[in-house]
Design a protein around this ligand. Structure first.
Ligand code: NOJ
Length: 625
């Protein structure tokens, strides 16, 4: 049990403490060496506010202690042999159905559209598909606000279409996982409607109601509470005003969720990506969020729910009752969890989740998604080294840069078009040769980049629109729009670029969201015909993985860790050794030596023994086996 007298080194020995200190160091751009300094390590917690007088309040220490004492476990050592599993060998492909392929000309992607492109996905070399939500929804947050878990969104098709999709995916020997959004539902969900209108019914506490709101803020701007006239109470929504947080303390609710999940498993789906699943357990009494943390993070209250007291219990329960009996795969979306917390959520001996998506690598420290800045690949290198060396063999890392919530990675790193192709291929090399399960987001395999939006009216995303309105209260419209443009999720939500025809072959009708002219040059059809395209490179690499199981289960060892812009690592097992050699910089980097062996794949056709060219990335095979 940690107390005010505990020292920073004790905090660092606690899994949450370690993640928080590492995260704070990242956020404040402080080197980890500072935390390792003996003077700092021996500081007592209670002295912190005094020492950092202007930055931390007295209440901070108590909040921190409550959080740290939530976790009594520490993860076992990660040595030993990795257990095999299909999802450790698979490469996943994320489909955002609204923007993937439209079959009926209404400008909105749909299930028949997806079915028509399954051969494309298979030929790319994909093993499993993650489908963003397709359930009935009023679309306040594009399907992440579910109105009916047992119905398909009309715009996307019917239950028959879905059943056909499952059959067609399996026919091609791929797996299908669904998005499971159970931290919240739409306010139009029957449960919420009844909770509000029938306060005597069993639904009365399916959601989180309070007589008074606390100071928590929503991720989509403003207070996290709606006033509910009928109950004369406030209801919690961590996301949009129409996404009401479910009360997982209620056992009936948990059972209903389990039953609902089972019905999808009965239909043959192979698992789930669980939306913000680490938010489902909120601290008893819903205390106010710390001012210090709120100021640092930009939102208030998260320390009371991002790793709540009953999180492990709820996950274990769902695993035991639902996932294990169906042999279902699970990957949790867990914003804010660092390496140690992620271990406790995914270690194979704990039976909670199979994997998580942790997000700290998506922005260079000191920046948020809405900052206009150039992402530093050197940071990606240090992040990957840290995870690969410390996550251990009981846990499987997820490998991704893009999804429907983030701008395109190439644009973040270097928007200069001369680097687009080499950079797209470099990202593929890292993602597909490190240890872990890769998740490719639709269009990433083409090197799709951020869209050229011009006005706020062209944007669709609730997060962007709310933030824009909020920013406009303190800055000019132009400035506010520039900020939104840097981070809007809509960059990733424009239609998939299939060909150079009108609307990129996505639809016969005008798409639901504006697309610029990029599809004229960057599209599936033209890249399939071009042997040097990013798409071809992905195909080659995905085929390559299937022939080199060292990538799934082999060791990963890094060299030249401190050398700027040089990223070198080896993948080794009893049968072979691969060397991955990368220049993370946009300049010619003088070589000290070439790796020995045969260069099997590279984003540059010719080898230069003198230089590593801008963003050069190659895979070498060593030895003669
Ligand atoms: C995470 C999802 O990825 C995002 O798109 C959504 O807005 C929030 N969770 C709320 O469901």
């Amino acid at each position: 049990m940690l107390t005010r007298k505990s020292r920073l080194k004790d905090v660092y020995a606690n899994p949450i403490g370690r993640d928080i200190l590492d995260r704070a160091a990242l956020q404040l751009n402080i080197s980890k060496k500072v935390i390792a300094n003996p003077f700092i390590r021996n500081l007592r917690l209670k002295t912190l506010p005094k020492l950092l007088k202007r930055r931390l309040s007295e209440g901070f220490v108590d909040t921190l202690l409550t959080l740290l004492n939530t976790e009594q476990d520490t993860a076992m050592s990660g040595d030993g042999k990795m257990q095999k599993a299909w999802w450790k060998e698979a490469v996943f492909y994320q489909i955002y159905p609204r923007s993937f392929k439209d079959s009926n000309g209404d400008g909105i992607g749909d299930l028949q559209g997806i079915i028509s492109k399954l051969d494309y996905i298979k030929e790319l070399g994909i093993d499993a598909i993650w489908l963003s939500p397709i359930y009935d929804s009023p679309n306040d947050d594009n399907g992440y606000d579910i109105r009916d878990y047992n119905k398909i969104m009309t715009e996307f098709g019917t239950m028959e279409d879905f059943e056909e999709l499952v059959i067609e995916v399996h026919k091609r020997d791929m797996k299908l996982i669904m998005d499971l959004v159970v931290n919240h539902t739409s306010d139009e969900h029957e449960w919420y409607q009844k909770a509000v209108k029938e306060p005597e019914s069993k639904y009365r506490d399916y959601y989180i109601f309070q007589d008074k709101p606390n100071n928590w803020t929503s991720f989509f701007s403003g207070s996290a509470w709606n006033y509910v006239e009928e109950r004369q109470q406030y209801a919690l929504h961590l996301f949009s005003k129409k996404q009401m947080d479910l009360n997982w303390e209620n056992e009936n609710l948990r059972q209903e969720i389990h039953e609902m999940v089972k019905t999808w498993l009965e239909k043959g789906v192979d698992g789930f990506r669980l939306d913000v699943i680490n938010y489902i357990s909120k601290r008893n009494g819903l205390p106010d969020g710390s001012e210090d943390i709120g100021r640092l993070m930009g939102y208030y209250g998260a320390e009371h729910y991002f790793y709540g007291p009953r999180l492990h219990e709820y996950l274990r329960e769902m695993n035991e009752k639902v996932f294990r009996p169906y042999n279902a795969f699970s990957v949790g979306e867990t914003p804010g969890t660092g390496l140690e917390m992620s271990k406790l959520l995914t270690a194979d001996y704990r039976y909670e989740l199979d994997m998580v998506f942790s997000f700290d690598h998506l922005e260079t420290p000191g920046h948020t998604r809405f900052d206009e800045y150039q992402y530093d690949l050197g940071y990606l290198k240090s992040y990957m080294i840290y995870w690969m060396e410390n996550y251990g063999n009981h846990c499987q890392p997820s490998l991704f840069y893009e999804n429907h919530d983030n701008p395109r990675m190439i644009s973040k790193i270097n928007a200069d078009p001369q680097y687009r192709i080499v950079l797209g291929k470099l990202l593929a090399v890292i993602q597909l040769t490190l240890r872990g399960t890769p998740f490719i987001y639709q269009g990433q395999e083409l090197g799709m980049v951020n869209q050229d939006f011009h006005t706020i009216e062209e944007l669709r995303d609730v997060e962007s629109l709310n933030l824009y309105n909020k920013l406009c209260k303190t800055m000019g419209k132009k400035e506010a729009f520039a900020k939104i443009l840097a981070g809007t999720r809509d960059h990733a939500r424009t239609p998939m670029q299939w060909n150079n025809q009108q609307y990129a072959g996505f639809s016969d009708g005008e798409p639901w969201i504006r697309m610029d002219e990029d599809y004229k040059y960057c599209n599936v059809e033209s890249q399939l015909q071009d042997e040097d395209s990013i798409l071809h490179f992905y195909q080659e690499l995905l085929a390559f993985r299937k022939e080199h199981s060292v990538i799934y289960y082999g060791e990963v060892c890094f060299t030249n860790k401190k050398e700027k812009d040089l990223f070198i690592y080896y993948r080794k097992d009893e049968t072979e050794t691969l060397c991955i050699e990368i220049n993370l910089g946009s300049y010619n980097k003088k070589r000290k030596k070439c790796p020995q062996g045969v260069r099997l794949l590279s984003n540059y056709a010719e080898l230069s023994p003198v230089f590593l060219r801008p963003y050069e990335a190659s895979i070498w095979k060593q030895g003669n086996k």
